[in-house]
Design a protein around this ligand. Sequence first.
Ligand code: HEC
Length: 168
Amino acid sequence: MVALLKNGTSPRGSVMGPMADVVYRSTQHLSEADLEAMAVFLKELPDRTPAATATPAPSRDADVMARGARIYDQRCAYCHGDAGQGAEGAYPPLAGNRAVTMDSTVNLMQVVRLGGFLPSTAGNPRPYGMPPFSHVLDDNDIAAVLTYVRGSWGNDAAPVSPRETARR
Ligand code: HEC
């Protein structure tokens, strides 16, 4: 959490959109002690994740997964890795990434459509960016590739429907 607020990126996630602004303008300038205090406070907030037993295992359509895998191999794997492992210091892993398996898929659809740009910080002065895909992938493609990413390499989050992507 301290690395995320200081550098805009950490091995387990990165900041984008309005949060990138917050890091750029504000939190990167805080002292280590203030960042640690903030992290301690945030960790003490109640966990709102429902108990694992309450969520049924999501079922995924084999055709959608195959289509998603094809798109992933063509368009995503050269940065995020064949097994979603990412590349340290450059591309975030998608396997085991909480941002990828969260219930809300709004950020995922945004990053695939519009691309993602991290803030430049002292700890990460030349961040790598992610290109936008809205001109090459339609709603069905985006739903398929996100369903694949959310359901591969140990990730086990619910599929994304094309209707969901069309609404955003
Ligand atoms: C040229 C390299 C590159 C390609 C190709 C690429 N990405 Fe990314 N991706 C990045 C970088 C760099 C970031 C971190 C920047 C950011 O989060 O804004 C990122 C961030 C992400 C995130 C957010 C992760 C997080 O921790 O918040 C997701 C999800 C994602 N990419 C999925 C994809 C998918 C799906 C594809 C293929 C359609 C793809 N990426 C193609 C470089 C790439």
